[in-house]
Design a protein around this ligand. Structure first.
Ligand code: NAP
Length: 282
């Protein structure tokens, strides 16, 4: 297949590499010429340039730009495309993208690979990034069935675990397991940094080990992406944050009133429930 990738960063480059390994011809488009040169040198794309017109003969295009650039990119792509070309995206938010994108281009299928790392840009690309990871597709009644089947088969060939749900359900679910953790993790580090005694702060930095590394990681990733999660999934992120704040208030009350069994019960419940959130690959 002839496949286009727009935005050759962590996700776009990882997709490009894996798709090439499967024998597809991959044509990349990115904003910076230097990114395009790196993509060709590293074998991520067969050809790469800053010119969207280079994608005119492609069958499927993955838009892997930051969320804010997805719709404007589709608008700029349209004059170059043949009607049968399928467009899919990798954006971490679907409600704000899928409906307007489908209005712009009928052969659009919303997608979200649930894989990544704390780095960004082409240098962060990983081979086999999507293997055994969830990859969510978000069809709507307007989605063209054959386009959905093509994208489903392509991402399945990356050995991803494919799920299909509505954009709305996707956004509510990822608010819990992706967007809320970013905000919680960021506020955890922010609270530590607000320690007013410099000696204690210095000791905390020296003593930090695996627990802090695990809990601070997701809040220390690409700041632009975290901001866009909040901006484009605002209602669902707020819904989760309010409920999280209630939980936190409950913990504060239990500790303040020395209700140690409440704390133990909460931790025991969480200990039992956590495996349900971890895919068999973790
Ligand atoms: P990224 O590493 O920052 O890559 C995005 C790349 O797009 C940049 O390297 C940039 O390359 C290029 N770009 C930026 N603006 C552009 C534009 N207007 N037109 C064309 N190219 C542009 O970001 P990412 O982590 O791969 O995320 C990409 C998308 O995947 C986002 O929508 C994000 O929500 C989603 N996603 C991310 C993750 C994750 O964990 N990182 C996971 C799942 C989904 P240049 O160097 O050429 O400017």
């Amino acid at each position: 297949m002839k496949i286009g990738i727009v935005g050759i960063g962590l996700i776009g480059a990882s997709l490009g590499w894996d798709l090439r390994q499967l024998g597809h011809e991959v044509i990349g488009v990115s904003r910076q010429q230097a990114t395009c040169e790196t993509a060709e040198q590293k074998g991520i794309c067969d050809r790469a340039s800053c010119d969207l017109a280079s994608l005119e003969a492609t069958e499927v295009i993955f838009i892997c730009t930051p969320i804010a650039a997805i719709l404007p990119t589709i608008e700029r792509l349209i004059p170059h495309l043949q009607p049968q070309t399928i467009i899919t995206d990798a954006g971490s938010v679907k409600g704000a993208i899928v409906e307007p994108a489908t209005k712009l281009w009928l052969n659009f299928v919303g997608g979200h690979p649930m894989a990544g790392n704390s780095e960004s840009g082409i240098a962060a690309f990983e081979k086999g990034l999507f293997v055994d990871r969830p990859y969510v597709l978000t069809p709507t009644p307007a989605t063209v069935p054959s386009a959905l089947t093509t994208v489903d088969e392509l991402v399945r060939s990356l050995k991803a675990i494919v799920y299909q749900t509505t954009p709305e359900h996707h956004d509510l679910a990822v608010a819990w397991i992706s967007h809320l953790p970013v905000m919680v993790s960021a506020s955890l580090t922010g609270a530590c940094l607000a320690e007013t005694d410099p000696q204690i702060l210095d000791l905390a930095k020296k003593f930090a080990s695996t627990g802090f590394r695990d809990t601070s990681r997701v809040g220390a990733g690409n700041p632009e992406m975290g901001m866009m999660m909040a901006q484009y999934n605002r209602e669902a992120v707020l819904r989760s944050l309010y409920r999280y704040r209630d939980r936190l208030d409950g913990i504060i009350d239990s500790i303040a009133s020395k209700q140690w069994s409440e704390i133990e019960d909460l931790l025991a419940t969480n200990q039992a429930a956590r495996p349900d959130f971890l895919n068999s690959n973790d």
